[in-house]
Design a protein around this ligand. Sequence first.
Ligand SMILES: CC(C)(COP(=O)(O)OP(=O)(O)OC[C@H]1O[C@@H](n2cnc3c(N)ncnc32)[C@H](O)[C@@H]1OP(=O)(O)O)[C@@H](O)C(=O)NCCC(=O)NCCS
Length: 377
Amino acid sequence: MKYMTDKLKVTGLDGVIAGETAISTLNNGLHYRGYAIEELARDATFTEVAYLLLHGELPTEESLADFRAILAESDEVPDAVIQLLHELPLHIAPIDVLRTSISALGHFDLQANENDVIANLGKAIRLLSHIPVLIAARYRLTRGLELVEPDSELSFAGNFLSLLHGRLPSARDERALERTLICYADHEFNASTFTARIVASTGSDLQSAVTAAVGALKGALHGGAIENVWEEIQQVQSPSDAERFVRDAISKKRRIAGFGHRVYRDCPDPRAELLKEVSQELATTDEQQQLEEIADVIEAAMWQHKQLRPNVDWPTARIYHSLGFDAELFTPLFAAARVIGWSAHFIEQQSANRLIQPRSNYVGAMPRPFVPLHDRG
Ligand SMILES: CC(C)(COP(=O)(O)OP(=O)(O)OC[C@H]1O[C@@H](n2cnc3c(N)ncnc32)[C@H](O)[C@@H]1OP(=O)(O)O)[C@@H](O)C(=O)NCCC(=O)NCCS
């Protein structure tokens, strides 16, 4: 097949400003609606951050209580979607099951055909509430475990941990998960968010945009990287083996997941720095402490040989392992947080919309006469 790819200049839209947003920025550190990620991850709950991203302002105590009450009222997943989780074959990856079940949820949403801001805020809240239930239900069903009822008294992260593990989490684990979710909630025009905005710009619905965004997220260069981080770090037996691992990857021109970033080239990814501390705090067993040492050696070697720094997925894979999650849950956990960013961007795009339709530079065959089938050699 002739694709003539040697002629194509591959830019990946690097550095292109593709639009405006008031939701988050990576300029001078990561900020959500003007608030620094460091302060949010230290002092806010994920639910406050979700409110901030969706509504533009931090909630008051009263509005937060209302928001939590609406989240709690919205956690019931339609039986037909739970049935679908039973029926999808076991080999299907959790992130693919999540994508399919989010699409299916759209059929049962009472506001499916409404596309105004209020309806979309309602849909976003329902998705935020449903996604942990979907992830945990599939996880437990495939292991023959009883499903756990959501507990609205718990924090978002506490409820998520309890849905998955079937027991109340420690305050330390709850806070650690919460901090990762805050860091994952939004990140300007990343690939999955831009996907959601393109879908929004056509006048389509939120569930379609989030379904498409999950499809974009799962790729190995984007959110799917976190599962590869775990696979790779497991191949390293000891800190003394770590330097060899990096050299070997570089000599084979193989990328190491969890390193490099399209935007954070001359500065660290602030989320990676923040979450490294969390990962270190959680590392109490010998195995976890050795993983921290291995991670340190790999970081130093990647800097020495490629001048590449870790991105958010690098420490988060270790955090999720410490919290007792299997690697196949890592990308779904990312999606459970990023759904807030996708929804906020969807609403912003539709509130000030023009169809997103760029042009391409044509480098293919020049116009030529059509050759009838019987004359083609
Ligand atoms: C995130 C990522 C896709 C950004 O890609 P990008 O902006 O297109 O960067 P480029 O492809 O231009 O890479 C620039 C150079 O760094 C190298 N590089 C980038 N990431 C690398 C990695 N993780 N491991 C090894 N080398 C890497 C490239 O090979 C290239 O080297 P070269 O100039 O010698 O060819 C890329 O860094 C990557 O693939 N990282 C691993 C996947 C990952 O962790 N994704 C999650 C991102 S949050």
